[in-house]
Design a protein around this ligand. Sequence first.
Ligand code: IFM
Length: 797
Amino acid sequence: MNLQDRNNMESYFYFKDEEREVCFKRHDTPTPWINYLTNGTFHTILSQAGGGLAFYRSPQIWRISRYRFFHLPTDRPGPYIYIRDGALGEYWSPAYEPVEKKLDSWSSAHGMGYTRFQAAKDGVNSELTYFVGELENSLIWNLKIKNNSSKTKQLSIFAYVEFGMMEFMRELQWQCYNKHQVSVEYLEEWGSLVYKYGVEMQPKPDETPLVYFTADRIPDGFDGDREEFVGSYRSEANPNAIEQGSCSNSTLAGGDPCGALQFNISLDPGEEQTLNIFLGTGMTEEDIRKSIENSRRDTFVEESFIKLKENWESYLGKLQCTLPDKETERMVNTWNPYQAQRNFLFSRNISFYATGTFRGVGFRDTSQDILSQIPFDINASKDKIKLLLGQQYKDGHVNHYFFPTEGWEPVTTIHSDDHLWPVWSVWSVVMESGDLSFLDEKVTYYDGGEAAIYEHLQKALEYTKSHLGPNGFPLMLRSDWNDQLFRVCRKGKGESIWTSMQYGVMLTKMAELARLMGKIEDAAAFMSTFQQQKELVNSIAWDGKWFRRAVMDDGRFLGTDEHDQAKIWLNAQTWAVMSQMADKDKSFAAMNSVKEMLDTELGIKKIHPSITDFPDPKDPLTNYNPGTGENGAVFCHANTWAIIAECLLGRGDIAYKYYRQLIPEIAMKKAGVWRYKAEPYVYASNLFGPESDRFGLANVSWLSGTAAWMYIAVTQYMLGIRSQWEGLLIDPCLPVQWKQAKIDRKFRECNYEIEIINESGVKKGIMSIEVDGEIQTSNIIKHKNGRERAVVKVIMG
Ligand code: IFM
């Protein structure tokens, strides 16, 4: 393949927006382009070529199927189907992997919670859809197979999954003995394989499920022993059983487990048959029996799929828009909220990049993920906030990440920002619901005792107030949002100027909550601390053209023109504006410096110039190569705050530039498919920056704070629709070329049908707002109990 073909985006994929699908024309994408199929309990990751893994609740301790990270080809194994034509002795896979036989036609598609493969070979057409429904904890494999030839076909269909040992780390460490404590049985009566993982000293034996592998009919053969099915010196690409045309009915009491089921079918010309396979879990054999019975009902698969579709339509229906720019519209309506919901569920746990071994729930990450979830599912958001606050100690600090499902000990490092984040999420819940009662709900502290949510937040602010450094900024502690900063504060003196700004945001939000609760003194105290920090930011932190980032242990500043590396840091500019701490002229100057020094055609770098040997060649601040990761890469998460800051400054064109250049398909188009490499439908955590020779390479896709914040940036700041205590605020900040935008937003049980008209081409500012034909005096549309629909016309000017 020549370079031009490799980079031709159109030859890889296209979007089918009405179906909310991304469709793939070829299987050999530069990296696996994955999807998450889940009902919240049973989960599967699946790529465009059929590789992936299934897990129950936690990928750390209940990983059902095996996935070999670092494998070549890159994406093995997966829940595979093989179709064998008896007369030809040929076999192939509808997902393309693992057999990789050239097919007469092939395509695949990811949709909301499902992945579909369509393939044809030698007169046989197949359509294979995988999804996890809400009726059972199982991965449903729905295979439709049709004989398009003029002869009767005798086919054998094989479904195969390699079981992993559920505890993935122990599998890597000690599978040699532990594997003799697992078994795969065949339960004749149900025509089902049952995999039992019962290894000594596993963390939660009572919560460990049995796994079943079955179908909507009794199989003609099976295997539970991988060696019997695959054979020696073979792989999933050419299993012995398939070459021979039959399974050997092996079971396993110790060894390398798998599930393989064989179905022999005869298809007359033109005939189509459906076969449904189920890979699921149940706590007891009785549970499994019931699940299998339920799954074999005639309407089970269809019902499950319809429900999945309806759930997503209703979920995404909370905010839909029509925009002049189709790529933005597609992200806002479908892919961005979809990705954000997956982050809310999986934190930074498991993806093609994250191995699901040590990251449970990140306090900082999940607090931010909640923000975008609030308009969609306020109850789930409240539950997650309470889960987080349960990790707070009475002195106000919190655990850095924790393992509520696995029951492992939390990571207890103390970071200057972690405990402050929930203020924003709680504030958003109150604004979305218009109800203060959440603040009174009680949550237990991690070290005992309980308090109302308001007090938890108060404690968080107090913790920061009692941990200020020599200059008066919050101590950096182990780091702030920037993980890499731990090296500037090892002696415990380093201070975070960015955390001062974050603290500022939280103080103003708390002051608003306090006022609403009638706690006027609290509100005044929060605002007085805000003022003190604000003064420091505008004096000590100001470098002349931008804000400094931190004070190092030795008292020197980080992020100053005095140094030749890491002179300017993005977050200190954006949050100076977001916190409204920066004086007006400094706000503009700082964001102008971002534009001049950090912006590239593929996003905004986090720092400039990258670090090679600063502050000390023997102990540089980071080990990342220049232009990569935390060192001079385009950190997408941090880019979202630049969009928000520009909207707050009213510079719609700049905000839009920053937004649009990171839309994955746009960035991929610019960088080229084989440079960008990651999925073109979801955000990546970062792109290598211009100081790397692979500028534009996207890393760590799917699980990134970018998803939540990009959604907030575009919906709440560019489109400008934000929930406030009194009602819905309309404050758009748009590019001048957008003459019109329509947004349907559900807010407190009322559907707001908002039309924004910008004939005069301003970037910000509203001339008039009408609600149901009545002119408003303010751009906050007051909430009215019982109102179900409001037609809103906004004229910018
Ligand atoms: O803020 C962190 C996040 O918690 C994990 N990924 C990297 C970010 C920036 O350092």
